[in-house]
Design a protein around this ligand. Sequence first.
Ligand code: UDP
Ligand code: MN
Length: 615
Amino acid sequence: MRRRFSLKCCLFGIGIPLTVWLTFNLVSWDLKLSANWNQPSGLKLRARKSLLVRKDKTNYSIEYRGNSPQFGGQCETISEVFNKALVKRYNSTVLNSLGIVSSPEDQKARDEGYQKYAFNELISNRIGFHRAIPDTRDPKCRGVSFPTIDLDASVIICFFNELPSALLRLVHSVLDRSPKQLLKEIILVDDSSTHDDLSCQIETYVNQHLQNVKFVRTPERQGLIRARVFGSHHASGKVLVFLDSHCEVNTDWLEPLLIRISQDPKTVVVPVIDIINHDTMEYQSSPLVKGGFNWGLHFRWDHLPANERNDPKLGAKPIPSPTMAGGLFAMKKSYFHQLGEYDVGMEIWGGENLEISFRIWMCGGRLEILPCSRVGHIFRKRRPYGNPIGGDTLMKNSLRVANVWMDEYKKYFLKQRPQAENVDYGDISDRLSLRKRLSCKSFQWYLQNIYPEQVVPGEDVKNSPPLPHHLPNKKKKPVVIKHGRLKHVASSLCVQSEKEVYTKKALLTLAVCDEKTLAGQKSQMWFETVDNELILAQMLCLDVESGTTNKSYARLMKCHGIQGSQAWTWTNKNGVSVLYNPASGRCLTLTSARPGGYLTLNLCTGTKKQEFTLS
Ligand code: UDP
Ligand code: MN
């Protein structure tokens, strides 16, 4: 192992823990907060363990660059030993092997990771802080020489309880893939994370290893909207680039964003958001789509209209978009302020992306997706953090959006979400006067001119319907590479469904192989596809509930075509051919080697209970 890093407790036994004792005091609060902020009341020391000692500023053992160290004390440092020349590209086979769970310790780390971060901590940690990722741009974007750019960027990354390896891989990707003269600084905004040692570890790492990175901390948990505004007040670059804390930026990601803004300072630009798979950490290209919304005020992706899809310049040309997904975008700092930053009356998460999208278009700006700029983001199935104020923050925030921006169209939102009637959405008078001051256009104008594809309830459908899905996924005919019986080697028994082959959620059991009858031809015939699916009788897929802890059963489910719980790779473990499911990190296992024995997912130990063939 040449490259490794360690976290508290040597998570998987490959790290070198380094303990650094840091003790420092609070310095002056220098929080340039807007009027709506809760001003901190004097110095606030968060007592961390009993070892916290107040010391004079001159006693700092390291240079301090942040503005608001709420606490000092000790924490184990995180570090990574790596050799730049050996930065690896992890293909799916290598990533799969990184995810194998072979011991109870692995299982514990993996389970805790899913709980805390809702993605595969084991693989993220094993990758470390650097990796090569595929260049997913259209060939038309590559090899072009960029003009001189008279702008520089402050990259603002807000985080709350983020996994250090994911956050620092992002920070290093920005440092490694941005031209020095264009990157003014990275601002890491810790939104008062509560995980043990996290803030201290990140701050220490930044101070010890990184130049050009500022670490700042909100006085108390603000939520992503106010945390971003807070970060923007610490920025000194001409352009603000906001990124979620679990992204990786791709080759030449920054230049297209800055070039477009330098051509038109009122254009807000968004990179194409590639997908980092939350189970495997694989970096995958995203299709070109636009941002839209439904009347429940949920963001969604829409198809490009035919004329844009057939444009020969597609792939390199900016795509105007009615809305943005929200996690990643860039705009001129002066324009961000002029346009009213964000609605700081919004809480924690949600709705701010539609609010800023409507505001940009309705108040004289422009919003575009730039296909030549690519940034990967870990899309998770759930957000792993709670909210300290309680209630549904998306609902409250969406109500603010509807009441400030949607005019008579807000009735469609209220119809979709009748519960909203009784929700207190706070005071919106500042935002209404902002709308007036900026002489913004009506929502009807926005719908007619910027989002004509949107179907208004009761009006005729005039354009192609939008995608019903979060991210478009390819639903294609399975390509079979092999078929036969799935046999347990030691017992020569065959895997079949406990019920009829078309019964969803049916568990899988062992049975005597029936090679003679027509029924046996069907009920025990498995089809392996190029996408690593195993389909029984060309109907349902071998599946496991992903992200579950403990022992789980293998079952049959409708094929979803997006790998994850339905991907199975033949892997050699201790000389045994096992069927490995990368999404769960575990292997297909028998409960007992007799007819009627069930199939479960267990640690990959390579025992006889895990040895199968397809023949
Ligand atoms: N975040 C934050 N404070 C919060 C909630 C979220 O700083 O109270 C950060 C979070 O760490 C992430 C970003 O805001 O970097 C966006 O949140 P998230 O990724 O959960 O949103 P999603 O991508 O799921 O929409
Ligand atoms: Mn995110």
